[in-house]
Design a binder for this molecule. Structure first.
Ligand SMILES: NC(=O)c1ccc[n+]([C@@H]2O[C@H](COP(=O)([O-])OP(=O)(O)OC[C@H]3O[C@@H](n4cnc5c(N)ncnc54)[C@H](OP(=O)(O)O)[C@@H]3O)[C@@H](O)[C@H]2O)c1
Length: 214
């Protein structure tokens, strides 16, 4: 196993990002984990491997020089309801990841891993899926040596906030065909970290049904 890797996580306070953080901190293959957050992460930020970079995401260009790592994990995201408008949703789910990818690639990162979504496509009739598809398309065009898109169905895990629609979908899809079956945040994170450690050249797309279940 390789040692001495560094990682950067955007979205470490979220469900999938939090699972990525746990795995990276537990892994001997990583010696430093940069967490890019808009608020103090609390206890995990005091871990000896963690370097927290706190900023307002609308201006993270100000901390560009601090965003250095070999592998980048992006699990940022909001909902249209939380964001308040489609434009604000697009800012969080497209503009921020795009900006982080641009800066980290220029800073020498070699692998970028994105939590995208089932059905991501620029041609989708659904705004959410179209934004995810546009982001995938833009990242592909950046020239990353190694890129990974994970496209989960409904994500399952312990949330502090209530998301009734997702809870409903989780129950409704429990016995659905594997394409739509809900997937645990920790399994998504494990697939992302495993792929980063292999860093296959080009773009790896992991559909929801292909995420190994624990
Ligand atoms: N939930 C699902 O069922 C589902 C299904 C398929 C795909 N996805 C996609 O998977 C990704 C990860 O999902 P998740 O459920 O793990 O996300 P999550 O738990 O909602 O976490 C989202 C992360 O994004 C950050 N964030 C949100 N708005 C922000 C803003 N305005 N500025 C800076 N940071 C902001 C949050 O930071 P704070 O803690 O500071 O808010 C948090 O770290 C998302 O892109 C989502 O679209 C989700």
């Amino acid at each position: 196993m390789k040692s001495g890797n560094s990682a950067l996580i955007a979205g470490a306070s979220g469900l999938v990002g939090g699972e990525c953080l746990k795995l990276l901190l537990a892994s001997d293959a990583y010696t430093e984990v940069v967490v890019l957050t808009r608020r103090d992460l609390g206890a995990p930020a005091r871990h000896r491997k963690v370097r927290q970079v706190e900023c307002d995401f609308a201006s993270f260009g100000d901390v560009a020089r601090e965003l250095r790592a070999k592998h980048v994990f992006c699990a940022l995201g909001t909902t249209i309801r939380k964001a308040g408008s489609q434009a604000k949703f697009r800012e969080v789910d497209f503009e921020y990841p795009n900006g982080i990818a641009d800066i980290t690639l220029r800073n020498g990162a070699t692998h970028f891993s994105l939590v995208s979504a089932l059905g991501a496509s620029r041609a989708s009739p659904f705004f959410y899926s179209r934004v995810k598809g546009e982001l995938e398309h833009t990242l592909r065009a950046m020239g990353w040596p190694s890129l990974c898109f994970v496209r989960p169905s409904v994500i399952v895990g312990e949330r502090t906030e209530s998301r009734p629609f997702e809870r409903l979908a989780e129950h409704a899809l429990r016995f659905a065909p594997s394409t739509w079956r809900p997937v645990a945040a920790r399994d998504i994170a494990a697939a992302m970290v495993a792929t980063a450690l292999r860093s296959p050249p080009g773009t790896t797309v992991i559909e929801s049904r292909d995420i190994p279940r624990s």
